[in-house]
Design a binder for this molecule. Sequence first.
Ligand SMILES: C[S@@+](CC[C@H](N)C(=O)[O-])C[C@H]1O[C@@H](n2cnc3c(N)ncnc32)[C@H](O)[C@@H]1O
Length: 319
Amino acid sequence: MAKRSKVPAQRSPAAPKAPKVGAGELATLFDYVRYAVSRFNAASLVFAHGTTDPVAEAAFLVCETLHLHPDQFETFATARVTATEGKRILDLIERRIATRKPAAYLVNKVYMRGLPFYVDERTIVPRSFIGELLDSHFGADEDGASLIGDPAGVESVLDLCTGSGCLAILASRNFPNAEVDAVDISRDALAVAARNVADHGLEDRLTLHRGDLFQPLGDRRYDLIISNPPYVDAEGMASLPRECRAEPKLAFDGGADGLDIVRRILDEAKRHLTAQGGLLCELGRGRDNLEAAYPNLPLLWLDTEDSEGEVFWIAAADL
Ligand SMILES: C[S@@+](CC[C@H](N)C(=O)[O-])C[C@H]1O[C@@H](n2cnc3c(N)ncnc32)[C@H](O)[C@@H]1O
């Protein structure tokens, strides 16, 4: 499968005028998806925000308009859409093209690992590979071996750079007995995270903290630290596609080589991990630079369905 880029390079923003769609020309959910894909292709949109191709993006927008979970698309694909619903779908398709905003911002929702999260422009649209890795490498999949022993025995988890809170919330599901702390420096992002924590009913065991990385946590230690920090390098920042420029710059900017925050996390993690704990951290395309900077660290690179070597695991004992 082709590797997808979390922050794809900018493409030419040609947006042809919306054609007139006559009454009854489009009938089923499939028809609207096909039409949306044609419009998206003609406009050279970029897909990197919860969906990674025009078909999935179109199906997501159609389902959201019709109040269907994306998993229900196939069930109703050949069902007819009413005139009012059809008008709303066409309007959304044109707004996606005209604004170039991620679809998730237009409908204030994104799904991760099948769970819905509220999202708006105060925070980046969640798309971290860590969501998949929590299931595949920490025992939630049927045959998933855990990198950290028995998931039920994990008592404390820290999500650094939490944004919308999505990874902290997913971790709460994977580690049902854990107290979860989540930190972000952005007051705006934390307001979105607070809404998601409440929506998922986790106020009693997921605590949000505002501050710079480990600073608000004192000397607290965790069985697991997860982080999807800002890691886009200066070159990547200069060529962000319009869709990504709708998101907070603070969520991307990792300094000249993209590793400013990752280095700080690596340097400080040991002081905040229990003896059996470990750090799971995403860093995009910075693997070569990180390995050159830390030649003696036995980093374990984990792949996902759509990524190779963009997330590492390191046990506390090896830090
Ligand atoms: C790539 S986003 C990840 C958000 C979320 N974890 C996700 O996967 O969707 C990075 C987040 O780090 C936050 N951030 C940036 N610098 C930070 C710092 N020094 N300390 C804490 N959070 C920071 C940003 O506000 C942003 O929400």
